[in-house]
Ligand binder design. Sequence first.
Ligand code: FE
Ligand code: FE
Ligand code: MG
Length: 164
Amino acid sequence: MGTAGKKIVGMDIKKLVSMLNKALADEWLDYYQYWVGSMIVKGPMRPNVEAELREHAEEEFKHAGMLAERIVQLGGTPLLSPYDWKANSGCGYDSPKDPHVLALLKQNIKGERCAIGYYHKMLETVKLGNDPITFNLIRKIMEDEVKHEQDLENLQEDIELIKR
Ligand code: FE
Ligand code: FE
Ligand code: MG
């Protein structure tokens, strides 16, 4: 990265890269959890849930790309192996063992809540260092995660209303 571009980061770049790599690991795990969930999902409103899970998978994939681009721009290296994902992950991976719509939604809501918490913490750290580029990147990703949580909660609510 350029000299001036590095100077404005205002925090330890190695630390920043490792935070971004942790987020990158989580985005890949989120991507796969949504993707495989969309393949196996069963139950009421299956097409709606399947489409939502697929859409979120695509968005997590985009987040992974945004994070990796920033890591490279900072002179870092994005995690080079899928074997590194689990070890670097902050939110972990929940295998969707129960394919029922409500079970999948519950698992993914938990994941989104963890992601929102992680990004919020990261935003506070980045704000202190005053790196506007990374700050804006994380803010944009977080906006999507907030929407993801809400979309899943809405589906959960609608499916639970069927029983009434
Ligand atoms: Fe994401
Ligand atoms: Fe998400
Ligand atoms: Mg959505």
